[in-house]
Design a protein around this ligand. Structure first.
Ligand code: PBG
Length: 329
């Protein structure tokens, strides 16, 4: 039964009809806003590569928490810029560091706001890699997987003690979900959830973030631990391992060039899936909109809706506040 019996346009003829048959929704509660807290900033500092995103002083954490709560945002994920870096990234588990302090301020100002902390060493190491370095027998240098796990566990414990709801390891070391779960449970933090950056690609779309968080590797790249963009089966294997190790939620990152990965992972797991709409994806829309090449609001809501359509339950996105305002004027 084809044309003239079937006319798919009947279901598109007006707003109410389109609303009735819409398959995917996008709501403020589906979005997680990434925030950068700096130990040294006296006031909010704009980030050149990410128009509209700021490095925030700790003193603004309470007000930021309240404004996110009022917008109905699903939650926030915190990144830190420490006062000092070293080869091991010890500032990552300093209880006076920017992330634990911001967690405590935000949770006391808005206890209902879901606060997540990114767990990774690259913001805290002077070499900018996501873990501890070691020299192999042949003289080359790489990130030492198992030594890094101990530091990541200390980071997670530090954020747990500060009152975080979710820890999100983004380092791509093997075995880190199990290591964090074990360390958290041993201290009685069995209610703290782990959102694993299970499928994190070595992507060119992280460029603007590395300026924001001052964490570009000082030599080499992250291809020895982050995934090859050419691989999909490997993504499913990474996710399955994290699930076995006790991850509560899985993440795919970046989002837009990897919608196929989100869709395939949706078939494999019953766990909630998050997708990280990363800094480069954000910067592209901002730059094109600033040049009057696209309509920012329309392109943003379309991109976010399509990430949900692919199978993501929630989206980590720098557009979160704007999108919430557009959805709930
Ligand atoms: C830390 C981390 C990165 C991002 C989130 N956590 C940078 C990286 O891996 O180089 C990127 C986020 C973004 O680009 O928005 N490892």
């Amino acid at each position: 039964m084809a044309f003239p019996i079937q006319r798919p346009r009947r279901l598109r003829r007006n707003l109410s009809m389109r609303a009735l048959v819409r398959e995917t929704t996008l709501a403020p509660g589906d979005m997680i806003l990434p925030l950068f807290f700096s130990a040294t900033a006296k006031q909010a500092e704009p980030i050149g590569t990410m128009p509209g995103v700021m490095r925030l002083p700790i003193g603004s954490a309470a007000a930021e928490a309240k404004s996110c709560r009022e917008l109905g945002i699903g939650g926030v994920i915190l990144f830190g810029l420490p006062a000092k870096k070293d080869p091991e990234g010890k500032a990552g588990f300093d209880p006076d560091g920017p992330v634990p302090r911001a967690i405590a301020e935000m949770k006391s100002a808005a206890p209902e706001l879901l606060v997540m902390a990114d767990v990774c060493n690259c913001e805290y190491t002077d070499h900018g890699h996501c873990g501890v370095l070691r020299k192999r027998a042949d003289g080359t240098i790489d990130v030492h997987n198992d030594a890094t796990l101990e530091i990541l566990a200390q980071d997670a414990l530090c954020y747990a003690r500060a009152g975080v709801d979710v820890v999100a390891p983004s380092d791509m070391m093997d075995g880190r979900v199990g290591a964090l779960r074990k360390a958290l449970d041993a201290e009685g933090f069995d209610e703290i959830a782990i959102l694993s950056y299970s499928v994190k690609y070595a992507s060119g779309f992280y460029g603007p973030f590395r300026e924001a968080a001052d964490c570009a590797p000082q030599f080499g790249d992250r291809a020895g631990y982050q995934m090859d963009p050419a691989n999909a089966r490997e993504a499913l294997r990474e996710a399955a391992l994290d699930e076995e190790e006790g991850a509560d939620m899985l993440m795919v990152k970046p989002a837009l060039p990897y919608l196929d990965i989100i869709a395939r992972l949706r078939q494999q797991t019953t766990l909630p899936i998050g997708a990280y709409n990363v800094s480069g994806e954000y910067a592209m829309i901002k730059a094109a909109a600033a040049a009057n090449m696209i309509d920012e609001r329309r392109a943003t809501l379309e991109a976010l809706t399509c990430i949900r359509r692919a199978g993501a339950d929630f989206i980590l996105t720098y557009h979160a506040k704007d999108a919430c305002r557009w959805l709930n004027p």
